[in-house]
Design a binder for this molecule. Structure first.
Ligand code: SAM
Length: 475
């Protein structure tokens, strides 16, 4: 076995009169491997430009007209590599004779892609190595092909369980650390899930593994426009198990934005958990008027569209606050024709007149509840992000309780199970404001497995939704 980092000795070959070699300069035409090319270019954009894999890859596939099996392979390789990145890097670090920070980033991207194929796909080892070396030769010339070949051959000496046994903590001593490594999650995220679930046992493993699954597409039927049954019939989907407005489509059913009911705004694309959290705001009874509703963090407008359609049924209105101007425009577009006023403002001091009967705070958060949707997110998010976010979340929730009338209801929602962002924020604000905590489970009557309350925490592995958290408070 050649030492990684040293060029392996290659036997000399007889010269041909007209060598059929491809030139090794970067400006020659792309090699004939559109799937791996697209996957590698996606990984590069994610690393170099902080891009999102789920935005970059579909665009690349469209522009390059990559379809069918090639598109499926590119998706599997790009998203799979992005998800497993931390684990792959730990394995590569064992196979490279220098710190990974000293490996050219462009080369490292290719090594990651090759290692992913060796560890987590059925691509034969020789094909995984040869195709990666081809990409490296194409992009960097022949000087590092020997290095890439040697590193990947080392990776191929063990399968994934073999590598886990070698590099992960002993499960008898550190079950959490072992699970974090074997499911390719940073330890702090595995810790956050364990704290929320109250276990480091089998359910934690199921929750972490669910982050690698491809989520089904959920549609929401716009209340008053079309029913879930009608939408299911129009799209070939199935009525969703929990949301009365939801439809679930088979995964891989194409771009849901192209569906006619979505284009005609009879329906939207929205996770079933998000639908239920928006609906939960509307369910506790309030005495007296119930026609002024507020969405305090409304962009891009999925929940605002649903709430506006519901309040409109009783002749009411929705005010939608959003800090980012471009997201304010998105709310205007998605709620066109509904009784909505958009305010581009900071929800902590939106400067609105009067009080509201119901207020939704769908606060900015770590997004740890939607890791299935953003392949690179688990490695990009940092534990330091939590402190700033919880301060903002508490300020927004306090502002919502200022804006709701006595007896009115506030829903606090985040797409995260991290206890600091969920129960921590709510208890801090309730202590300061004296708001009453309602049992949110009563506002999710369709949903099983909701635990002891009073809050609701949904989970992909239990409910097939994002891991949304919802607390309901009354002023
Ligand atoms: C989780 S998203 C809301 C998603 C939205 N409710 C939906 O269903 O489409 C949080 C939103 O809050 C906005 N935001 C962040 N800080 C804010 C602030 N201080 N005031 C108002 N909005 C804010 C973000 O720009 C983002 O659009």
């Amino acid at each position: 076995m050649n030492q990684p980092g040293r060029r392996p000795q290659r036997p000399s070959r007889p010269r041909r009169a007209h060598p059929p070699r491809r030139p090794d300069t970067p400006d020659r035409p792309p090699i004939d491997d559109p799937a791996r090319r697209a996957a590698l270019d996606t990984l590069r954009a994610v690393r170099a430009d902080d891009a999102y894999a789920n935005l970059v890859l579909p665009k690349l596939l469209r522009e390059r007209r990559v379809t069918g099996r090639d598109a499926a392979l590119a998706t599997e390789l790009a998203y799979g590599t992005a998800r497993a990145l931390g684990l792959i890097d730990e394995i590569l670090a064992e196979c490279v004779d220098r710190p990974l920070s000293k490996v050219e980033p462009v080369l490292l991207d290719a090594l990651r892609l090759g290692a992913y194929q060796l560890l987590r796909t059925r691509v034969p080892a020789h094909a995984a190595v040869a195709s990666t070396v081809d990409l490296v030769r194409h992009d960097l010339g022949p000087r590092v092909t020997g290095f890439a070949n040697a590193v990947l051959r080392r990776v191929s000496e063990l399968d994934e369980p073999g590598w886990i046994a070698r590099i992960a903590p002993d499960p008898a001593e550190d079950r959490l650390g072992h699970l974090a490594a074997s499911t390719a999650h940073p330890r702090w995220i595995a810790r956050a899930f364990a704290d929320a679930l109250g276990t480091t046992g089998d359910e934690l493993a199921a929750a972490l593994r669910a982050d690698d699954e491809r989520p089904a597409v959920h549609l929401v039927a716009r209340p008053g426009e079309v029913s879930a049954d009608e939408l299911a019939a129009m799209t070939g989907g199935d009525p969703a198990p929990y949301s009365p407005y939801g439809v679930r489509l088979e995964s891989g059913a194409g771009d849901p934005g192209d569906l006619e009911p979505v284009r005609e705004r009879l329906a939207g694309v929205q996770d079933e958990g998000s639908q239920l959290c928006a609906l939960a705001l509307t369910r506790p009874s309030v005495d007296g008027a119930d026609t002024r509703w507020l969405d305090l963090c409304a962009g891009p407008g999925g929940k605002a569209a649903m709430l506006a359609a519901l309040v409109a049924i009783n002749g009411g209105t929705l005010d939608a606050v959003e800090k980012a101007p471009h997201r304010g425009k998105l709310i205007e577009r998605i709620t066109e024709g509904l009784p909505v006023t958009v305010h581009v403002a900071d929800g902590r001091e939106p400067g609105l007149e009067g009080t509201f009967d119901r207020v939704l705070v769908d606060a900015p958060c770590t997004g740890l509840g939607a890791l299935r949707r953003r392949p690179e997110a688990r490695w990009r998010r940092q534990p330091e992000d939590v402190g700033d976010l919880t301060r903002l979340q508490a300020e927004l929730l306090t502002s919502a309780l200022d804006l709701v009338r006595p007896g009115g209801v506030v829903a606090y929602v985040v797409c995260s199970p991290h206890l600091s962002e969920t129960e921590g924020v709510v208890s801090t604000v309730v202590r300061k404001t004296g708001a009453t905590i309602l049992d949110a489970r009563e506002s999710f009557p369709e949903m099983p497995d909701l635990g002891d309350g009073p809050y609701v925490q949904l989970w992909p592995h239990r409910h097939g939704t994002d891991a949304m958290f919802c607390a309901l408070l009354r002023r």
